[in-house]
Design a protein around this ligand. Structure first.
Ligand SMILES: CC(C)(COP(=O)(O)OP(=O)(O)OC[C@H]1O[C@@H](n2cnc3c(N)ncnc32)[C@H](O)[C@@H]1OP(=O)(O)O)[C@@H](O)C(=O)NCCC(=O)NCCS
Length: 397
């Protein structure tokens, strides 16, 4: 194969509403596969003349690959979507960045010329498959990761507060209030409508319902309310349910194509892949890893943060998002950062979150043709960070 690299574009990106995990969650009676199927169907319906037969692989992020999420869910969902037997699929795990890695792998396959039309995405039903469910860590895992705290994401956030005490609980709470307010404003303005694909489910009495509204946002969040919350990860700690992302159920999906193929088919791609990078750090402070990942991705692109018009950072915890933004030279309340709110409000159904960032980016690029570059970044348990930079194509019409 020659060295030619092909341009990769995002044609469309969608997601389900995100629910709270558990019996009171909107998706308690919905299986993981059934969160994914409507997304595949919607990508085909919304992007005629793309047909299932054009999709060369379904690259699907999922962290807990067992029970309903096991058995190569990426393959199962295309058959369940009615795409027949001819569309391959696989499952990808990089914990929280499983879905963003799926997007990155799809980009690489298209850029190399191996494929020219792929669907990438991710799902996590944290209600049915709780974090760490049935995991069997190696006896030396804690030793090689530094200590036991590396296993517990909330404790890794407490560790960031310890190491960088300039980020206080009050600052984390202020960030959370700000995030919830932005999310509330975006929801009120109908920004979620074009990206959320309704999921059919059953209510308590077995009646059919359509779920199309995020369950996790708490628009009435205040500093006073947050100050009263417990710190579940450490006695007298700083991380609370209010300044941490929650436990959630959801799925997100992205349709990616080789650029010329998309244009030739008369499609209207929204953004072009520019660069990406993955980086690894001390697992005990995993939340800081978006910094080296972003620095690498910017360097590869020949860009700096000043060139980035939209930053979609997955807020696993307020403190890690604040740390990362600060070290990247961006104010935490900069209007470029998570303009429609982030995971503190919408939730963080692990593998679904990366493609959720891509869906937010795509929707914002469509609304804002002046924005040229956007950056999606997230931290990952065990100490990793993943960043992808995109260029807005809606500016070039
Ligand atoms: C923090 C965590 C333990 C909280 O779990 P939980 O107790 O089930 O969370 P809840 O949503 O029930 O919230 C707990 C309480 O805080 C309150 N609360 C949560 N957010 C709030 C807000 N923004 N404002 C006011 N109160 C809030 C809830 O109302 C609830 O109060 P109640 O006990 O009186 O009902 C859980 O969300 C968690 O583990 N998050 C991190 C997930 C993670 O590690 N992901 C991977 C990242 S890498």
């Amino acid at each position: 194969m020659g060295k030619k690299m092909y341009d990769v574009v995002v044609v469309d990106a969608v997601r389900t509403a995100f629910g709270r995990a558990g019996e009171k969650g909107i998706f308690w009676n919905t299986r993981s596969e059934d969160l994914c199927v409507p997304l595949l169907q919607a990508l085909i319906k919304r992007n005629s003349p793309v047909e299932p037969g054009l999709v060369e692989d379904v690259v699907w992020g999922v962290t807990n690959q067992m029970k309903e999420q096991g058995g190569t869910i990426g393959r199962m969902i295309s058959m369940l979507a009615g795409w027949g037997w001819d569309v391959p699929g696989c499952s990808v795990d990089r914990m929280c960045a499983s879905g963003l890695t799926a997007v990155g792998f799809a980009v690489a396959l298209i850029a190399s010329g191996m494929n020219d039309c792929l669907v990438a995405g991710g799902v996590e039903h944290m209600g049915h498959l709780p974090m760490g469910f049935m995991r069997d860590p190696h006896p030396r895992a804690a030793e090689v990761m530094g200590d036991d705290s590396a296993f517990n994401m909330g404790q890794t956030a407490e560790n960031i507060h310890d190491r960088f005490p300039e980020f206080t609980k009050e600052m984390a709470d202020a960030y959370a209030v700000h995030c919830q307010a932005r999310a509330a404003k975006a929801i009120e303005a109908g920004k979620m409508k074009s990206m959320i694909i309704p999921v059919e489910s059953r209510d308590q009495d077995g009646g059919k319902i359509l779920i199309d509204t995020d369950q996790a946002p708490r628009p009435s969040t205040t500093m006073e309310g947050l100050a009263t919350l417990k710190t579940p990860f450490r006695e007298n700690g700083r991380v609370t349910p209010g300044n941490a992302s929650g436990l959630n159920d959801g799925a997100s999906a992205v349709l990616l194509m080789e650029a010329d193929k998309a244009w030739d088919m008369g499609l209207n791609p929204v953004m072009r892949f520019v660069s990406s990078a993955v980086a690894a750090v001390d697992p005990r402070v995993m939340g800081i890893a978006p910094v080296p990942a972003t620095e690498k991705a910017l360097k590869k692109a020949g860009l700096s943060m000043a060139d980035i018009d939209i930053v979609e950072i997955n807020e696993a915890f307020a403190v890690q998002a604040m740390y990362c933004l600060d070290r990247l030279g961006v104010q935490w309340d900069d209007p470029r950062v998570n303009p429609w709110g982030g995971a503190l409000a919408f939730g963080h159904p692990l593998a679904a979150s990366g493609p959720r960032l891509v869906a937010f980016m795509a929707a914002q690029f469509r609304e804002n043709p002046q924005a040229k570059y956007g950056l999606c970044t997230m931290c990952v348990g065990r100490g990793q960070g993943y960043t992808i930079i995109w260029e807005n194509l809606t500016t070039q019409k």
